[in-house]
Design a protein around this ligand. Structure first.
Ligand code: FMN
Length: 199
């Protein structure tokens, strides 16, 4: 009864891991970025910057560097994934958005993550798939990785670091079913309701 389009989009959004090569249309991309810029931020500092990479050759170079970082990771699971022949960090998506934040702001990690969630939901509402790309943050956290961004000509504003990154594009896979939600993750404390409960 209370379902609406916004909640329906939130429930239906899934991480998409296979993309058509088609470019995201410019108008939709603008709307997605606008949704990001309207996220809440600590003390309304809006400490973010949105870098959009739509150049396939550049995306391929960045992907190769991410793969190298995975292969050199301390985490065996990441090394194992990266060794697979069909491993593709960006899933051949045509666009990558990196949200960097001013590291001296009050809460840039939260601000940038909220901006990214706004963008993922806006994208889903427009029929555009997305998937968070943690490898970007991992790449930038190493000295070698920082050099890679410079070498590729991807520069960020002063004092900015990437806090959120995701690929965007038109899905080339059926919409996955969501994993079941974990039970016991909600506690409601409500003096007006005798049936206060945990779900
Ligand atoms: C902090 C964070 C890091 C993630 N990193 C990756 C990633 O590097 N590659 C990837 O394919 N998915 C990544 N994901 C997506 C999650 O795997 C995905 O959200 C989760 O499995 C739930 O699936 P859903 O998004 O379809 O609901 C990440 C998600 C979060 C929140």
């Amino acid at each position: 009864m209370y379902m609406n389009e916004t909640i329906s989009t939130i429930l239906k959004r899934r991480s998409i891991r296979a993309y058509k090569p088609d470019r995201v249309d410019d108008e939709s991309l603008e709307l997605v970025l606008e949704a990001g810029r309207y996220a809440p931020s600590a003390m309304n500092q809006q400490p973010w910057h949105f870098t959009v990479v739509r150049d396939p050759a550049l995306l391929e170079k960045l992907e190769t560097s991410c793969k190298t970082v995975f292969l050199e990771s301390d985490v065996e699971a990441l090394r194992e994934i990266a060794r697979r022949d069909d491993f593709s960090v960006f899933y051949r998506a045509p666009a990558l958005i990196i949200v960097t934040g001013d590291s001296t702001a009050l809460a840039p990690r939260y601000d940038c993550t909220l901006a990214m969630q706004n963008m993922m939901l806006a994208a889903a509402s427009l029929g555009i798939g997305s998937c968070w790309m943690h490898s970007i943050m991992m790449l930038h956290s190493t000295e070698k990785g920082k050099e890679v961004f410079k070498e590729l000509g991807i520069s960020f504003p002063e004092k900015h670091v990437p806090y959120a990154a995701a690929v965007f594009g038109y899905s080339a896979m059926p919409l996955p079913e969501p994993e079941p939600r974990k039970p016991g993750t909600v506690t409601i404390i409500d003096q007006d309701r005798a049936d206060s409960h945990s779900a």
